[in-house]
Ligand binder design. Structure first.
Ligand code: NAP
Length: 277
């Protein structure tokens, strides 16, 4: 009789039905013939400590964490990766064999890995970046861009105080720009990133005057529904290299899958197709 436990992993959040992670990990489990399961679990904030305590006893090797638990799980972790500590949130938890709970944040890694795969000529050091938005995703992306040694980040958010808070956290390389003035920096930058929800299906469009945008700037949008957002479509007309946001979602999942199921998974066209159907 095979007494080895079937490896389990999953994603917790509230709500959870919108998560694409089960489809993503499910695809990899099937592709690599792994006898494991990845399960979406709706968990309230009240139940969170109890759930984290009990999942490893049930055979879970780790979980992804989504809204609203990304910050709260840090208080319950025994070991926090440097990047999760820097960002102040975690999306990937591992129940270690020594009983400790390890918390990591792979969003910034996913962002960078996507750009490196889809735009191999991207040269972050070659010029400043303009980041639109200052929410949770922007935090991870600012950390990732600084890690890639961009010389300066212009940061612009509708609510200026949130951008000021990111500058206070990450320091000197960030220049906060008024939301109405963001377009004035477009001719200076090597990288443009939309981290706001604008441009997403069902939401307002991002209204940014692209007159000063030049073809040397790499333009990326982390919104991936639609895959080609109005920002990316307009940047393509100007001749800019563009990268859509789906790859960030796919790449951020790879470290967890490797840790829990022991296989480095591939992010490729087959996976993208599977997620889009
Ligand atoms: P969040 O923390 O709620 O932040 C939302 C951001 O969008 C804030 O900067 C907010 O500005 C801005 N915003 C929202 N409505 C706006 C409007 N009408 N006008 C101007 N700015 C507006 O959300 P998040 O977690 O950072 O996620 C942001 C987007 O990225 C979402 O669409 C999410 O689905 C997507 N995302 C994609 C990935 C991926 O893997 N591709 C990963 C994470 C997130 P204020 O501060 O002024 O409200």
């Amino acid at each position: 009789m095979n007494t080895q436990r079937i490896p389990l992993a999953g994603v917790i959040g509230q709500p959870i039905n919108q998560s694409k992670s089960p489809q993503l990990h499910g695809h990899w489990l099937k592709r690599y013939g792994i006898n494991g399961h990845y399960i979406p679990m709706e968990v309230s904030s009240v139940d969170l400590p109890h759930v984290l305590n009990n999942l490893p006893k049930m055979g879970f090797r780790g979980i992804n964490v989504t809204i609203p638990h990304k910050e709260a799980v840090l208080d319950m972790a025994d070991v926090i990766s440097d990047r999760a500590a820097l960002i102040g949130a975690a999306n990937t938890l591992t129940f270690q064999s020594d009983g400790k709970l390890h918390a990591d944040n792979t969003d910034g890694y996913g962002f960078t890995a996507n750009l490196k795969q889809e735009a191999p000529d991207w040269a972050p050091k070659s010029g400043p970046a303009l980041v639109l938005g200052a929410g949770g995703a922007a935090r991870a992306i600012v950390a990732a861009l600084l890690h890639e040694k961009v010389p300066e980040i212009f940061l612009s958010n509708r609510t200026r105080a949130r951008a000021d808070a990111l500058k206070a956290h990450f320091g000197g390389k960030i220049t906060v720009v008024d939301w109405t003035q963001a377009a004035s920096h477009l001719d200076e930058i090597g990288t443009l990133v939309n981290t706001t929800a604008l441009g997403m299906s069902g939401k307002e469009e991002l209204k940014l005057n692209l007159e000063r945008l030049t073809p040397k700037t790499l333009v990326t949008d982390i919104v991936y529904t639609p895959l080609v957002t109005p920002l990316l479509a307009a940047a393509r007309v100007i001749g800019c290299p563009t990268v859509d946001g789906l790859g960030m979602l796919l790449h951020q999942a790879t470290p967890g899958f490797e840790r829990w199921f022991g296989q480095v998974p591939k992010v490729d066209a087959e996976l993208r197709r599977a997620l889009l159907t």
